[in-house]
Design a protein around this ligand. Structure first.
Ligand SMILES: *[C@@H]1O[C@H](CO)[C@@H](O)[C@H](O)[C@H]1NC(C)=O
Ligand SMILES: *[C@@H]1O[C@H](CO)[C@@H](O)[C@H](O)[C@H]1NC(C)=O
Ligand SMILES: *[C@@H]1O[C@H](CO)[C@@H](O)[C@H](O)[C@H]1NC(C)=O
Ligand SMILES: *[C@@H]1O[C@H](CO)[C@@H](O)[C@H](O)[C@H]1NC(C)=O
Ligand SMILES: *[C@@H]1O[C@H](CO)[C@@H](O)[C@H](O)[C@H]1NC(C)=O
Ligand SMILES: *[C@@H]1O[C@H](CO)[C@@H](O)[C@H](O)[C@H]1NC(C)=O
Ligand SMILES: *[C@@H]1O[C@H](CO)[C@@H](O)[C@H](O)[C@H]1NC(C)=O
Ligand SMILES: *[C@@H]1O[C@H](CO)[C@@H](O)[C@H](O)[C@H]1NC(C)=O
Ligand SMILES: *[C@@H]1O[C@H](CO)[C@@H](O)[C@H](O)[C@H]1NC(C)=O
Ligand SMILES: *[C@@H]1O[C@H](CO)[C@@H](O)[C@H](O)[C@H]1NC(C)=O
Ligand SMILES: *[C@@H]1O[C@H](CO)[C@@H](O)[C@H](O)[C@H]1NC(C)=O
Ligand SMILES: *[C@@H]1O[C@H](CO)[C@@H](O)[C@H](O)[C@H]1NC(C)=O
Length: 839
């Protein structure tokens, strides 16, 4: 849930919007499902090696688009800058859209994020079709007056459809709007119904109304000959104090309505004018001509219908830039020179298919919904961060520039490890962009959005992202143009340089490096020094672990030892005698904040949990000096991903550790929406009970993830939840910045990953797949034995990255016996720092 907890959770009385809705959308897909390929009949046929011809057709774009998921269902390329989508007047419209049909459409804007919290990000430059104004002057242009409901399907769901790279809707005005995109430009196709009364089709270009209606100094210019509209403004960032400038350049073409073949030409608007709060002013060409310019500003253009008996189609091309309106125009001209909607749409889909097709699953009957969940989760892994290369307003560089790191705290755990499996070239570009930010601003980005630094929640969680890349692609990084020295220096800067304001970048490094914890009563190091002292220290510990992993590969032995040592400093915060009020005696010991003098401050282990008697939220608030961010002491006491062996010792041995995990999950202390607790279902592996992990992981998926519009628990968090669900469905759980992945069983007879940089295909295959228990409980899903390329592998609990490097085949034998251990020797447990570390 990350930064969103303060947002109002609104509940919808939407019982009818259930799985039936997802099913309906399915039937409205842009390209029909290709049943011939996937309908494999009742017997298991392992098709993992056959590339899916159109994996984009497995993506359900509407999962998590209501009830606080904040998922973006519009059109974008993988990691594209422009994300063009519908905006509704719903509360919490962080991604613009809401699937609840009670909300009206306010426009189709060019920039969005996916699954974020904070204030509404982006949603700039809405295009709106007006089909009912009898005259230009009487046209309703303001965001409050122009808005419209969507048409409804028979089951009451809105008539919206989407697939990767494409979105369409039918408005109640009869206008059909379709969207597609290139990296920095959108193309919209607005088809107006025939108007027997001669009402002109009109397009409104709204410059000022971003998601927060925060524009300052908006400008707009209309070229009356071509109809070109240019403009821009300064807008408020979503999750930080900064403002950003954004610009657009909009051009129009009349076109043949889809499905007809009518020869149409012409661009010039028949009427044009600037609008403000006071309404549209015919023949004005610039916002500066308005004497009474209000808070809203835009342009309105009218076009001649192609016939009174045919629909009229207007193509609207919007270039976007964070630099200037001129650059927005050149982006548009370069990326979409021909206004060819079909070819832009199919290029976008082809790019998605190339990416999604690197993951393949073997099918058995009844797995269609699971495959849909898997590919939809994979799709959402590739919306953010976004490629803003050449759009950085703060410095010039030939390096890539990525933005919408929202936030690394959310995504480092599962999103980047998933990129390692199948998209390392993109990963390298993102890493280069992050290093370039460090070189220019001093620290790696943590929660960047709309070119601005935003609030830091944990530590410098760019560190494990860079380390994840380097540990897995040491030998490829030079070829991918990642400079080792620059990467290492960026890590050291985070670890050693005290940031002037560690709420925006870097860490409270002086305190951590001097005291080995963050004392509650230490004053003056630049940020909210008393806030979140325990959860920040735990993040710093993992960050330092990730640096030690890189140092080790670089043969920097002293550094490796130093950072591995710091990574173990979490022990200082352990309060051995703290118990849960009313809880079992076996749950003994908890992380607690400490003062400079070493004594600890008692914080109730239930604090910030669903069972907190004081109902604290533990949000990002300088006044929250209780030690924890968006998670209870109970939850954070399981958060030392690099040294679970030591944690088990602190918690009284494996049996107590297992009882504690059970207590946490069974009593509502596990919150899957809070990223620091996400590994909890898989932690039984470390106590040599992998079957319990498999079952808890499967129960988590069954309970919280499904195909419906509200099928996400909390925000998608820029793909953090998508990549998390993906790994659970794949039967893997990643340990970022290491060469190990925890192993469980996949939901498919096989799953394979093609890695284009390593040029390897790795397949995990189940010898005797017999299906998935519906609620995640029981079943013959527990790993009994593992072979790698035909040779027995020592552990059922983890595999090494070598498997992916070599392009191996991992074969699993499954059983219904939940009680089997990882293996017969101690080296079959997944590694921990204190028991020898990570190979
Ligand atoms: C046109 O539709 C808008 C909603 O988009 C509505 O507010 C307005 O009253 C309508 N105007 C006319 C003339 O029907
Ligand atoms: C909208 O209406 C058109 C027919 O005008 C139809 O082809 C399309 O499927 C409908 N739905 C969407 C979401 O475009
Ligand atoms: C707008 O311009 C047109 C064409 O030049 C002219 O006929 C019309 O009178 C003008 N209207 C106003 C309100 O200026
Ligand atoms: C980048 O280079 C361009 C062209 O030389 C220049 O106009 C612009 O001011 C530079 N931007 C920054 C942020 O230095
Ligand atoms: C990386 O390259 C080094 C030196 O060439 C080699 O020793 C090592 O085995 C390689 N590592 C992997 C994982 O391929
Ligand atoms: C790395 O940089 C070189 C030199 O600029 C360039 O030729 C090559 O294409 C780049 N490779 C990648 C993967 O970006
Ligand atoms: C580190 O040392 C090993 C063993 O001596 C060697 O193979 C490797 O190339 C060295 N790595 C670096 C980055 O120097
Ligand atoms: C925890 O309790 C034990 C036994 O009562 C006691 O010896 C020890 O000092 C306590 N530790 C702390 C840190 O309070
Ligand atoms: C440690 O410091 C805190 C905060 O100043 C104080 O409340 C506590 O009594 C001190 N503990 C000891 C043992 O001096
Ligand atoms: C779907 O997932 C949501 C969010 O986790 C959950 O609230 C809902 O109960 C699930 N629905 C079903 C039918 O399992
Ligand atoms: C899950 O399904 C199994 C098998 O149908 C059933 O025995 C069990 O009670 C169910 N558990 C839950 C928590 O629904
Ligand atoms: C898989 O095979 C093993 C041994 O051959 C057997 O013990 C187990 O029951 C089988 N599981 C299933 C689901 O068929």
């Amino acid at each position: 849930m990350s930064e969103s907890r303060k947002l109002l959770r609104y509940s919808l009385a939407l019982a009818f919007l259930t799985l039936a809705f997802a099913g309906l959308l399915w039937d409205l897909e842009w390209t029909p499902r290709n049943n011939a390929v996937h309908d494999l009949g009742p017997t298991q046929i392992d098709a993992a090696d056959a590339p899916p011809s159109d994996p984009a057709s497995f993506v359900n774009m509407f999962i998590g688009t209501t009830n606080g998921g904040h998922v973006f269902p519009g059109a974008t390329l993988p990691h594209g800058m422009v994300k063009v989508g519908m905006d509704t007047d719903s509360p919490g419209n962080h991604a613009g859209y809401d699937a609840d049909p009670i909300y009206s459409v306010t426009g189709f804007s060019q920039l969005h994020d996916d699954g974020t919290g904070g204030n509404i990000p982006l949603s700039n430059f809405k295009i709106f079709p007006s089909a009912n104004c009898s005259t230009f002057e009487t046209c309703t242009t303001s965001i409050f007056d122009r808005k419209l409901l969507r048409k409804l399907l028979i089951h009451g769901a809105p008539d919206d459809s989407a697939s990767p790279g494409y979105f369409s809707t039918n408005l109640s005005s009869g206008v059909r709007v379709e969207l597609t995109a290139t990296r920095r430009t959108s193309l919209q196709r607005h088809t107006f119904p025939p108007s027997k009364t001669g009402i002109l089709p009109r397009i409104n270009v709204d410059i000022s109304n971003d998601g927060q209606m925060s524009a300052i100094s908006p400008t707009v210019e209309i070229d009356p000959k071509t109809g070109r509209v240019t403009g821009g403004a300064s807008f408020q960032a979503s999750f930080g104090p900064g403002r950003y400038n954004a610009f657009t350049c909009v051009d129009f073409r009349l076109a043949s309505p889809p499905g007809l073949s009518v020869s149409v030409s012409g661009v010039s608007p028949t009427e044009y004018g600037v609008w403000s709060d006071g309404g549209p002013f015919l023949n004005t060409t610039s916002g500066t001509q308005l004497s009474n310019a209000g808070s809203q500003l835009g342009a309105l253009l009218s076009f001649r219908p192609i016939s009174r008996f045919l629909p009229t189609t207007i193509l609207v091309r919007s270039g976007v830039s964070f630099i200037s309106a001129e650059q927005a125009c050149s982006n548009a001209e370069a990326e979409i020179p021909s206004f060819d909607f079909e070819s832009v749409g199919s290029a976008a889909r082809a790019e998605w298919n190339d990416l999604l097709g690197r993951v393949r699953v073997g099918m058995a009957s009844g797995l269609e919904d699971t495959r849909e969940l898997l590919y939809s989760s994979l799709y959402r892994t590739h919306i953010s961060p976004a490629d803003y290369t050449e759009e950085n307003p703060s410095w010039n560089s030939t390096e890539p520039y990525y933005d919408s790191f929202y936030c690394n705290w959310d995504t480092y755990r599962t999103l980047y490890p998933l990129l390692s499996l199948h998209d390392p070239a993109r990963f390298a570009l993102i890493v280069r962009g992050m290093i370039n930010i460090q070189q220019n601003e001093g620290w790696l980005p943590e929660c960047r959005g709309a070119t601005q630094q935003q609030w830091v929640q944990g530590g410098s969680n760019g560190d494990p992202i860079l380390a994840e890349f380097f540990v897995k692609f040491t030998n490829q990084s030079t070829a991918l143009n990642v400079t080792t020295d620059a990467l290492y220096n960026a890590l050291l800067a985070d670890a050693e340089k005290q940031a002037p304001n560690f709420d925006l970048q870097g860490r409270e490094a002086l305190a951590w490096n001097t005291y080995n914890f963050l004392p509650l009563d230490l004053y003056g190091y630049g940020g909210s020094y008393q806030a979140r002292t325990v959860s920040r220290a735990l993040e710093y510990a993992f960050d330092d672990f990730s640096i030690s992993q890189v140092a080790k590969i670089l043969n920097k032995t002293d550094d490796s030892t130093k950072y591995a040592g710091r990574a173990e400093n979490f022990v200082i915060l352990w309060g051995p005698n703290v118990t849960v009020p009313g809880g079992p005696d076996s749950v003994l010991g908890m992380f607690q904040p400490r003062y400079l003098n070493g004594s600890s401050q008692y914080v109730d282990p239930r604090h910030c949990s669903a069972n907190d008697p004081t109902h604290s939220t533990c949000y990002l608030d300088p006044n929250n000096v209780d030690g924890f961010y968006e998670g209870s002491p109970l939850l954070y006491s399981q958060y030392v991903p690099h040294d679970n062996a030591l944690l088990i010792d602190l918690q009284g041995g494996p049996q107590n550790f297992i009882s504690r995990l059970d207590f946490i999950i069974d009593n509502g202390y596990f919150d899957v929406t809070d990223e620091p607790g996400q590994q909890i279902p898989f932690m039984y592996h470390y106590a040599n009970r992998p079957g319990l992990s498999t079952q808890r992981s499967r129960q988590t998926i069954a309970q919280f993830f499904n195909l419906s519009v509200d099928g996400l628990p909390g925000n998608d968090d820029s793909g953090a939840m998508g990549s998390y669900a993906f790994f659970n469905l794949a039967g893997l759980y990643p340990l970022p910045a290491t060469r190990q992945l925890l192993l469980s069983s996949p939901y498919f007879p096989s799953i394979s990953f093609y890695n284009p940089v390593l040029k390897s295909t790795t397949t995990i295959r189940v010898k005797n797949f017999s299906g998935n228990p519906e609620n995640g409980t029981g079943g013959a899903v527990f790993v009994k034995s593992v072979t790698i390329d035909g040779k027995p592998w020592k552990s059922t609990c983890f595999i090494d990255w070598d498997v992916f490097e070599n392009g191996s085949t991992v074969e699993l034998e499954l059983t219904s016996d939940i009680s089997l251990p990882c293996g017969s020797t101690s080296d079959t447990l997944p590694p921990s720092l204190s028991t020898g570390g990570y190979a």
